[in-house]
Write a protein that binds this ligand. Structure first.
Ligand SMILES: [Zn+2]
Length: 326
């Protein structure tokens, strides 16, 4: 759909360009077909087809389905505009650019924007990582193993029960969501098994009383309190499977241990019993050894992701492009 007054992009309009591409919002780009042929497998294929009206002064106009924001970044990289020019401000925009780069078979821009999304590429966390679920979805969608694994690890800090994560969770393919849930369950189960080890946590033994180690007074056994505390620790792990809230002696972790400490205090001599700090240390060490990312290979995925989002869109767009040449 051409607009009556043609708006040309000020940085991506070359007087001697031989091809004009138009964004869905009506911005025109006058470029060199040779550059497009080098940068894009899609346009390379398209320009090998017989072209109508090849000997006129007016270049063909090709209507594209992407927005100006997406196309100026793709073409900006292709034409050697400064890298800062091509920075994308939001994950949403990057996702659209990556989809377009895939559709038009432009590996250069795809690699550039992939690098932008890599965790700690600049030595400090990228603001994009504040949305690890979207980062994970995009990485799975493009079958980027390294990025998908890193993003999966970042999701461990999220409480999936919180409503703000629901939209992003709903957008995941079921197999991708299952990988995240498996990792969370695995971490919790390993910790659960560890907490049940009575050699490290000798509170679970069946005994009604124990003797105060200071005055030998008989005290109620800790097994019931430990059972409660264990359940609270595992509940916290389920809420935040990263486990970092259990490795620092602040609430909720300190609250669990205060409960144990109160139960272990002698009512006769008021001294504390047991070495609760070593219990905390055991838990902290266990958490550092838990599996921290997903096992991932896209071999078992077949080609379903690409079929749905890539080739199908490509064929469709080629048809639209052919009919869009005017
Ligand atoms: Zn005592």
């Amino acid at each position: 759909m051409q607009r009556s007054s043609q708006e040309y992009h000020k940085d991506l309009t070359f007087e001697d360009g031989d091809i004009v591409l138009c964004s869905k919002d009506g911005t025109h780009f006058r470029l060199f077909s040779q550059s497009l042929k080098v940068a894009s497998g899609f346009f390379r294929d398209m320009f090998t087809l017989p072209q109508p009206n090849t000997r006129t002064d007016k270049p063909d106009i090709i209507q594209l389905e992407e927005s100006r924001e997406v196309l100026e970044r793709l073409f900006g990289l292709m034409c050697g505009l400064p890298v800062g020019y091509c920075d994308a401000g939001s994950l949403e925009l990057i996702e659209d650019i990556l989809n377009a780069a895939e559709k038009y078979e432009m590996p250069g821009p795809a690699a550039y924007f992939r690098a932008l999304m890599r965790p700690r590429v600049t030595g400090k966390p990228s603001p994009l990582l504040q949305t690890p679920l979207r980062l994970y979805r995009i990485s799975c969608r493009h079958r980027w193993i390294e990025e998908a694994k890193a993003a999966a690890t970042l999701t461990l800090a999220l409480d999936f029960e919180e409503p703000q994560h629901r939209p992003a969770l709903h957008m995941l393919e079921s197999r991708d969501l299952l990988r995240l849930l498996d990792l969370r369950r695995k971490r919790k189960n390993v910790l659960k098994k560890y907490l049940e080890d009575s050699r490290k946590f000798p509170f679970g033994k069946d005994a009604d009383i124990f003797a105060c180690q200071h005055c030998q007074a008989g005290l109620p056994a800790l097994n019931l309190v430990w059972k409660d505390v264990k359940a609270e620790i595992l509940e916290e792990m389920e809420r935040r499977p990263l486990g970092d809230t259990l490795t620092v002696f602040t609430p909720p972790c300190s609250r669990f241990f205060a409960k144990m400490s109160r139960a272990a205090a002698c009512h006769a001599c008021t001294n504390a019993n047991g070495d609760l700090l070593s219990v905390f240390d055991h838990i902290r060490r266990c958490i550092t050894t838990l599996p921290s990312s997903i096992d991932l290979s896209f071999d078992d995925d077949g080609s379903s992701h690409r079929q749905i989002h890539g080739l199908k869109g490509l064929n469709h767009s080629k048809g639209a492009l052919d009919s869009g040449i005017c």
